[in-house]
Design a protein around this ligand. Sequence first.
Ligand code: TRP
Length: 326
Amino acid sequence: MERVLSGMQSSGRVHLGNLVGALQNWVRLQDAYECYYFIADWHALTSGYENPSVLRESVNDLLINFLAAGLDPDKCTIFIQSKVLEHAELHLLLSMITPLGWLERVPTYKEKQHELKERDLSTYGFLGYPLLQTADIIMYRAKHVPVGVDQVPHLEISREIARRFNHFYGEIFPEPEALLTQFPKVPGVDGRKMSKSYDNAIYLSDSPKEVEHKIRTMATDPARIRRHDTGDPELSPVFQLHKVFSNKEEQDEVAEGCRTAGIGCIDCKKVLIKNVFKVLEPIWRKREQLINNPDQLKEIVDKGTDKARKAAQETMVLVRKAMGLV
Ligand code: TRP
């Protein structure tokens, strides 16, 4: 079986965008590939280094959400990055052969610095973010890396570094490929991309009441002031969410109802609430069960981490030897 690897940064709560854009895809892949999925807690530190308490909680919550979303520890390997120290070693060794210009040119470097202006991201660790990611990926000699389009530049630099390593030291690493996710972007309740920094996200840890409230108070087409005003569904963020969570028939129905004023905005939102609940209800149930079983969580992640570490150690034997470290 070919290997798949992916990670998620533990820097806050998991929202529907993470679920649909990443986790559900990971769940599908676990039957067809040998999958490694991990919590990138070191990556969370690259931009959130001032907040250890957020990190501590996020790691636990992310683990719960991995499992609640359907990752099955009998089918895939789930682990925590910082518990496999080999990632740090490989990151260091790769840093020897990585030209600074390659890192400075990664578009996410300047973009994220700009986006998070309030934080000081002129650090060594932040510049090295894609290099640490490269170490994560090539450590497992993974062929496929399921990610959203925003991660494509990181995959590109991973390939370049793998190639450079192989050029100097012999063919050890296959070049990883991005496996692009079907729904890369889920809009938030304000129509922009769902993101915790926009304060427009629906979280897996939100209660049913909170989810309902967030959807009920969403803006719709501003032309629909009164019930009999007709609207354009394409101008409503509610409809954008229908495109992700409702079936084709329901989408056609609410779109038609909007254009003709056949239904009101609340009717339209009720359909969306029902469909979002359908996705979240099993997750809420599993979260509840897992939150009450910290021992079970620990056992799962310890086992996954041990397995990942073994695979990483095998790679590091080759890498050290190739680089003259014997
Ligand atoms: N950069 C990824 C993100 O923000 C997280 C990540 C870290 C990752 N290491 C990885 C993803 C390795 C895939 C492979 O989502």
